[in-house]
Design a protein around this ligand. Structure first.
Ligand code: HEM
Length: 499
């Protein structure tokens, strides 16, 4: 009995020692983070400097983009978001973090960018290996050069025409409530798959999401939470396996590639896969699986969202709608005349897209990079030590009152030299980022957006339904926005006076 009491108290003593040591360690770490760390001079709240708890709270809430904006409005252009994480909104930070000259000193941070493509991103553009990334870019860049992109225009037009015909049939039955989020997501998924292989996944035809589209949406949400367990590689790999991405995408990529070889029509049509075949198949099977999956995931969701946002903001701002519609309707004599070379010359149309990308950039939170240079680096005038996560927060930069007049209002005019916005810092808006990882599909995305909007503006007028759009304005976001369904009332052009 005495012995039991003795070991009992010994256990209590040991436990108390462990707790005390842990407490001392945490206090010492907090003191170091707040007063000694090279990041201690960076503005921000004391709690964020010493603990990750606020970070987790922001991330779980889905409103990290709003929290980071709030912190920047309070503390200025550089803010410490966590003990070893710093957010910037200054335009010089874009160059200092993402430019080519920094590619050996700063790398993608795998913790905040978990890969979900087949084989864990070893074989695609989203890889963390700078040398593999450079090789994939060298191989794929020609497929996205201006000349190659132009050859995809007939494919893009055909898909847009198909959707417009479907919408016309709906509208002809009486002015209609259209879920633009859904239709534009179907369209952009069809366009990117058709451009990849010369064969679309036919979401618009069948008026339903292909399982791969549904899966890529789920993956985007999943990736947001995988961030928390990315340090536990086994569990992360298991979750990715359970998601079914490998099987579904790999089988599809392979069957579409085989069809492209078999079907004379598909292989004659300009496509990324045909271009790769013409270049002598420079990617092996695993690399094809990974890269084509990455293109489909990166190229559908983003463009669909940007189109939804532009359509919504136009509906919400009838003056802007009228100006955009007038520009398009007076530039052509028929819908068949609408072509991308002519659309490139329409400044207001371009400004409507630029302004939507400013208001709601496809990736609103910072695309984190990690400093790997042993001596640390200067970023936008601040010394940043090795192993710090750094980024430009797009939403915070684009909505900052220090960068824009009326930052929360949609004014395409700010892109056209309007005097009211002469002090706007337009260079801060980089929806496709810049440098090493600049979006490979930005030229294609702009062509898709121009043609889709122009053809919609040619045929239809549209307005917001009642209080519709409130959900859109309050969307949550992790890596990308969580979709809220935007319903707009469509009518044939001229049937309803847009006032
Ligand atoms: C409005 C539409 C789009 C937006 C706003 C957008 C935005 C972005 C952004 C911000 C990145 C950088 C991600 C990072 O480094 O962490 C990126 C990369 C990428 N995008 Fe896009 N994108 C769009 C359309 C497309 C399209 C149409 C495609 C292809 C069909 C595409 C393919 C890619 C790929 C493969 C990457 C990775 C590039 C690399 O790391 O080298 N994107 N995009």
């Amino acid at each position: 009995m005495a012995c039991f009491r003795w070991s009992d108290s010994q256990f209590a003593y040991q436990l108390a020692t462990v707790v005390a040591l842990l407490f001392v360690y945490l206090v010492a770490k907090a003191v170091h983070n707040k007063f000694i760390s090279p990041l201690c001079k960076i503005p921000g709240s004391s709690l964020n400097a010493v603990s990750w708890l606020p970070w987790y709270k922001y991330w779980f809430s889905g409103y990290m983009h709003c929290e980071v904006l709030r912190l920047h409005e309070k503390y200025g252009p550089v803010v410490r978001i966590g003990p070893s994480e710093v957010s910037f909104i200054d335009k010089t930070a874009w160059k200092d973090i993402y430019s080519l000259k920094r590619c050996r000193q700063i790398e993608r941070d795998p913790k905040s960018f978990p890969s979900l493509t087949p084989n864990g991103s070893k074989f695609d553009l989203l890889t963390y290996s700078p040398s593999d990334h450079a090789r994939y870019r060298r191989i794929l860049n020609p497929c996205f050069a201006e000349k190659a992109t132009k050859t995809y225009e007939p494919t893009v037009r055909k898909n847009v025409d198909k959707m417009v015909a479907k919408l016309l049939a709906i509208v002809e039955k009486g002015n209609a409530s259209i879920n633009v989020t859904k239709w534009l997501q179907w369209l952009t998924f069809d366009m990117v798959t058709d451009v990849c292989w010369g064969e679309s996944f036919e979401c618009v035809d069948q008026e339903k999401s292909h399982p791969c589209l549904a899966l890529s949406m789920d993956l985007v949400s999943l990736s947001s939470f995988i961030v928390f367990i990315s340090w536990w590689k086994g569990l992360k790999d298991l979750l990715v396996k359970l998601s079914g991405v490998e099987g579904l995408f790999v089988n599809l990529v392979r069957s579409k590639c085989e069809n492209n070889i078999k079907l004379a029509d598909a292989s004659k049509k300009a496509s990324i896969y045909s271009n790769l075949r013409a270049a002598g198949n420079p990617l092996n099977q695993a690399e094809l699986d990974g890269n084509l999956t990455a293109l489909v995931i990166a190229g559908s969701e983003t463009t669909g969202f940007a189109l939804t946002a532009t359509s919504y903001y136009l509906a919400k701002n009838p003056d802007c709608f009228r100006r955009a519609a007038t520009e398009v309707r007076s530039a052509f004599s028929s819908a068949d005349d609408i072509n991308d070379d002519a659309l490139k010359k329409l400044p207001y149309l371009k400004a409507t897209i630029d302004e939507a990308l400013r208001m709601t950039p496809a990736e609103p939170n910072g695309l984190a990079r990690k400093v790997v240079a042993s001596g640390g680096l200067d970023i936008a005038g601040q010394f940043i030590p090795k192993n710090t996560a750094i980024y430009v927060s797009q939403f915070a930069a684009n909505r900052s009152s220090s960068h824009f007049h009326l930052p929360d209002e949609y004014h395409p005019e700010r892109w056209l030299g309007d005097a009211a916005f002469e002090n706007d810092d337009l260079d801060v808006v980089q929806p496709f980022i810049m440098g090493v990882n600049v979006c490979i599909g930005r030229g294609l995305a702009f062509m898709e957006m121009r043609l889709t909007l122009a053809k919609l503006l040619w045929e239809f007028d549209w307005t917001v339904e009642g209080a519709g759009g409130k959900d859109f304005e309050q969307s949550k976001a992790w890596h990308v926005w969580i979709k809220s369904h935007v319903h707009l009332r469509f009518s044939k052009r001229g049937d309803v006076v847009i006032c």
